[in-house]
Design a binder for this molecule. Sequence first.
Ligand SMILES: CCCCCCCCCCCCC/C=C/[C@@H](O)[C@H](COP(=O)(O)O)NC(=O)CCCCC
Ligand code: ADP
Ligand code: CA
Length: 542
Amino acid sequence: MAAAARVLLNGQVFEISLNESVFSWKSLRLRNSPSAAAARGGRGEGENQSVPVSEIIAVCKTEVAGTCKESGRWQKMTSTTTSFTPEQILHDFTVYYVQRSKEHHWCCAEVTFYCSDQLLCNQWVQALQRRLDLQGVRPKNLLVFINPFGGKQLGKHIYDKKVAPLFQLASITTEVIVTEHANHARDHLAEVDLRIYDGIVCVGGDGMFSEVIHGLICQTQKIAGIDQNDPNSKLVACSLRIGIIPAGSTDCICYATVGVNDPVTSALHIIVGDSQPMDVSSVHHNNTFLKYSVSLLGYGFYGDVLKDSENNRWMGPSRYDFSGFKTFLSHQCYEGTVLYLPATETLGNPRDESRCTAGCYVCQYSGKLLDLSNNKQELKHVAEEEDWKVVKGKFLAINAANMSCACSKSPMGLSPAAHLADGTIDLILVRKCSRFNFLRHLIRHTNKDDQFDLAFVEVYRVKQFIFTPKYSEEDNIDIRDIGKNLFGQFCSDHPACGCSQVNSNWNCDGEIIEHAAVEVRVHCQLIKLFVRGIEHSTQKTS
Ligand SMILES: CCCCCCCCCCCCC/C=C/[C@@H](O)[C@H](COP(=O)(O)O)NC(=O)CCCCC
Ligand SMILES: Nc1ncnc2c1ncn2[C@@H]1O[C@H](COP(=O)(O)OP(=O)(O)O)[C@@H](O)[C@H]1O
Ligand SMILES: [Ca+2]
């Protein structure tokens, strides 16, 4: 096939060309002719444009006016209207491709070319389709879970209206399961034969994503014979990628990995077959596995917000604002000891100005260290005793951020310089302080000011930590019942000082962990997502 050909676009002659990795179209009109000026005002196709083949979603030939045959399947066209003859309409093809718009949004753009004859049209469709078939990273068959009750309960609608048509256009087949109860997706994934799928998609919030990773990680460890109850077990990485279609309340994992929580953008990242490794933390209590965490593991403030908000699920996403306000007023602090193991081999620091973005070298460096350690074939990894550090005190919040935890409420996140895949967590300790000072810290979650530049806030980049509450968990069961009042769990003996004999609970990616005493360890790059990390703002479609 010719590497270039003449076609019509918007009534003007264009030259289209295709090389190994790029499809381009270029106007052959004189730049300043009146017709050129008129064409520029049309549908927005520029004079010269190019699209990487890796960002072409589909190529589709119009065989009969109004319908489109693509990859052997008939689909309805939202086709362009033209002033061409019926013969010309029969010989056109449409290329659907990724177009970037503001703030990390992607959308599906289309451009239709009219060919002089059917042979030429067929040749171009086949050539483009062959290039697409060579994109081996793209998923062909996906298992999709939809939580119909997440966020504003729009999960099913979002999937049907915005995502399924794109998957169909890209010839992706799907098996869709609308969940019927909590843990439906987790339990299904723990047992089902996953070999026929190229990936898993969850439609919902962080809680839904948490279910999916629990099912997938559990099955992977079971097959590999790994004991998940042993906190020192070296876990085996999961091979299937996971896609998130945001339809939850916070959607922090989506936002912090894509830069925005937009269902169409996420669907397009899945279609083009993006891949981004991600760290996962395991949470144990007394040598028993409790949960995995990918975004925030928060004790104190964020644990209490979550606990209270569960009573108000009917409010939808605004339950967090209501409970956040109540919890802020209660101003509870919790006493305990934090033991942590600093991350010494990785690059980067929680106070860095630089951010984890697509192709992050800090994460790539950790990936290389991981490969080296995997080649050593150690089954367990136990740190030396003298490497551990101790912090004791009264804390308003203990936040362990596996990633920035950016979301629409906190666009920079709780730890703006945290990395998706460096094998570390940022451990943020907010010591007891006045309400006014705590408010200053919280407000800095929402703007660009340095939330760590406060005397009562400490931040450490760690591989592992252990939290032991001052008051034993057994005693707490009795006290908890006595100490509750309108604004949470006040210390019954010292209401004025705000220190509590009642323990808080952990907020683990939006799921409650009732135990206060936990042992947490990061597993570098344990899972993979259908994302590429947050793109630099200069990465625009040409
Ligand atoms: C006076 C202004 C105070 C405002 C503080 C706002 C700070 C918001 C930071 C949010 C951090 C989010 C960390 C992510 C947590 C999610 O995993 C979790 C579950 O998400 P989902 O399943 O989608 O509902 N969300 C939360 O725990 C909500 C915390 C909101 C606290 C106000
Ligand atoms: N069909 C269902 N009925 C009830 N709960 C469900 C269902 N499917 C999933 N869940 C649970 O709903 C919780 C919240 O889901 P999520 O999608 O994160 O929404 P949100 O962001 O609003 O919290 C999760 O704990 C998940 O296990
Ligand atoms: Ca990390």
